[in-house]
Design a protein around this ligand. Structure first.
Ligand code: NAP
Length: 438
């Protein structure tokens, strides 16, 4: 039987998942592919580190060059992470005529142009299903299953760490720091979780989704990005009273001839299926002209789910090799991608949730409502909590507005924060109540 040689760059969480699946599902893979996938070389940093997958020691090397130079390696699987180092080796692999499978969203969001241009020039394939939502087959769905359709919007819970934290804060009323510590304890959050918490990881994934769905280049810098670090349990409890939960939502949608992209925590109606995506799970709700709304949900991370997506890519890539048909699946970031206008966040329209901490004095609410009114922002609902007891500090006033322009709301917030009765920053959360399937 024909053998397809694979060289791995990395044998961490994902690399070990890949090796384990290739071994445990070898029979199914052979039957489906009509060829054997054989791991020829594995690059790592530390030869003596214990591994979650057993690999013949003779295959391990600390030299990435050795993997790329191995004539038996037809597909290089980049599962080591990072941007510039990964780009260097992926570009070198493509230069040597190797196909590449990668799980690296940061690499593609930051340097995808170079990677895809090189692959095109060399007539080889780059597959990257695992880069977005781990095991959830969302990229292949957009690229292949929906090749005939026109996607108008994508709404995703694409970061499992933040979804785990928000779920914990909501269900156990834990403060942010405690929920983050719990995420780190179970291995969902990195020691430095800033890329997850700050929304950067979700923004990188959104760039890849938007490029595929809209045929346009979106760079992480184009995406308005706000994380979950400032959310407090009181906001989650208040949101629930208004009939919402809070999710970190990555959104990309067509607006006129342009595209609107943002990653931010939003209030979602409890009735929307995205509201029930709990813990580390990911979900993508996409809206296509012919298909209508469709929801995809599953495990967005972890060695086995992500390894499953990587091995799926290895098989697809191997099929192309067997058929002599590289380039069958178009890659994004090609030179003919359209540049379209990116709508500035200040022009976005949302209803808003605002929480203002105020001194509990007569007339305070009227003044806040006056500021909003001056900006043409109309109010849908207001709650004002009573003072907890004698000598207690400020009390929260919570306001839900009707749809308003982000720029107007931000200006109004500055004025509200300048009122003598206001204590601290106003907490603003956008409300996303226009999603389908609610
Ligand atoms: P990881 O556990 O940190 O593993 C990284 C591996 O790469 C390690 O085996 C490491 O070697 C090796 N490595 C790093 N730098 C190297 C170098 N200069 N030379 C040789 N080997 C090197 O990372 P991971 O969680 O598997 O993630 C890998 C990639 O998959 C990342 O791009 C990540 O964003 C993506 N991804 C991960 C998940 C997930 O659930 N973890 C989900 C989706 C996508 P040593 O073991 O010797 O240190």
């Amino acid at each position: 039987m024909r053998e397809i040689g694979v060289g791995l760059l990395g044998l961490g969480n994902v690399g070990a998942g890949v090796v384990n699946i290739l071994r445990s599902h070898a029979r199914e893979i052979e039957a489906r592919l009509g060829a054997q996938v054989v791991v020829r070389r594995v690059a790592i940093r530390d030869q003596d580190k214990p591994r979650a997958a057993s690999v013949d020691r003779a295959l391990l090397t600390t030299s990435i060059e050795q993997v790329l130079d191995d004539p038996q390696v037809a597909i290089v699987v980049e599962v080591m992470g990072g941007v510039d180092l990964a780009a260097r080796w992926v570009l070198a692999a493509l230069d040597r005529g190797k196909h590449v499978v990668t799980a690296n969203k940061a690499l593609l969001a930051e340097r995808g142009d170079e990677v895809f241009a090189k692959a095109r020039a060399r007539g080889v394939d780059v597959y990257y299903e695992a880069a977005v939502c781990g095991g959830l087959p969302i990229l292949r769905t957009i690229r292949e299953a929906l090749a005939a359709d026109r996607i108008s919007a994508i709404y995703g819970i694409v970061n499992g760490t933040t979804n785990f934290i928000l779920t914990r804060m909501t269900e156990e009323r834990a403060p942010f720091s405690e929920a983050l510590a719990a995420a780190q304890a179970v291995g969902y959050a990195e020691a430095d979780p800033s890329l997850d918490i700050g929304g950067g990881d979700a923004a990188q994934k959104l760039c890849i989704l938007a490029a595929l769905a809209f045929g346009t280049r979106v760079h992480p810098a184009d995406v308005f990005t706000e994380g979950i670090g400032a959310i407090e349990p009181i906001d989650l409890a208040q949101a629930r009273e208004f009939g919402y939960c809070v999710k970190l939502l990555a959104t990309a949608k067509r607006v006129g001839e342009g595209v609107e992209t943002h990653v931010c925590p939003v209030l979602l109606p409890l009735a929307n299926p995205l509201a029930s995506v709990r813990g580390p799970y990911n979900a993508v709700l996409l809206v296509a002209d012919a298909l209508g709304p469709a929801l995809f949900q599953g495990q967005g991370a972890g060695g086995a789910p992500t390894g499953s997506a990587v091995v799926g890519d290895i098989i697809d890539c191997s099929r192309n090799i067997v058929a002599g048909a590289a380039g069958r699946v178009p890659m994004p970031y090609e030179p003919n991608l359209k540049e379209v206008a990116k709508l500035p966040m200040s022009e976005s329209l949302f209803p808003y949730y605002l929480r203002v901490m105020v001194d509990d004095r007569p007339g305070v609410l009227a003044r806040i409502c006056g500021v909003l009114g001056e900006r043409g922002i109309s109010i849908g609902a207001v709650t004002q909590k009573e003072r907890g007891g004698v000598g207690q500090g400020p009390v929260p006033v919570t306001i839900v507005t009707h749809e308003a322009r982000e720029g107007d709301v931000q200006t109004a917030l500055s004025s509200i924060e300048a009122l003598p009765s206001t204590r601290g920053k106003v907490r603003l959360l956008r409300i996303e109540n226009r999603l389908p399937m609610a």
